[in-house]
Design a protein around this ligand. Sequence first.
Ligand code: FE2
Length: 225
Amino acid sequence: MKLPSRDIHNHLLPGVDDGFHHAEDSLHAIEKMAAAGVKEFIFTPHMNPDVYPDESEEHFRQVYDEFVKRIPAEWGVQTSLAAEYMVVKDFERRVEHPETLLHWPDMTILIEMSYYFKSDNIEQAVFELVMAGFRPILAHPERYLYQASDVGWFDHMKDMGCRLQMNCMSLSGCYGPASVKIMAHLLKHDLYDFVATDLHTLGQLQKIQDLKIDRKLSGLVEKLL
Ligand SMILES: [Fe+2]
């Protein structure tokens, strides 16, 4: 499949989460993606205190500042740093200190939930974010398989001001029929706002580039790229 011209969700920032471990691999991926038409990268490392209790926005900034010096200007890519915030218990406390959070200049912020259970406080978190002036995006709704029995909930999230981002790999059907059901609902009702790679490895990049999108869905996906 074609890659999004602006990749708003990826784990290319090396050595900070379960994504790319080595800067050389990240650079290789960025070079390949730039050659395939990606012009802008927003790095979104996982911010999840349950998994990475010692991680901080400050550390991400330091790693980012060092890493981007290594991206050759002739690749012609723009980069910026944000994060993928897991909506854990007490996430709202972070929102009380909005100046510390990593987001786009227009206050867009990427959030996610566990693949195994819905965050108890997701509605509250979105409400608090919106009240604080943020513009939340929920990452990969089609990966929250427990929502397949209640896809209307995503319409509710959109009404609350939360945008939705699909993962390229989800289009392969690799997350199973429940994921496909959610994805089809969101595509058909025009509820997705973005498509992104959520790239963790070089191998995934090849899989995404090799992916053939179902013809019934390709028109709906291409307008998001
Ligand atoms: Fe991610």
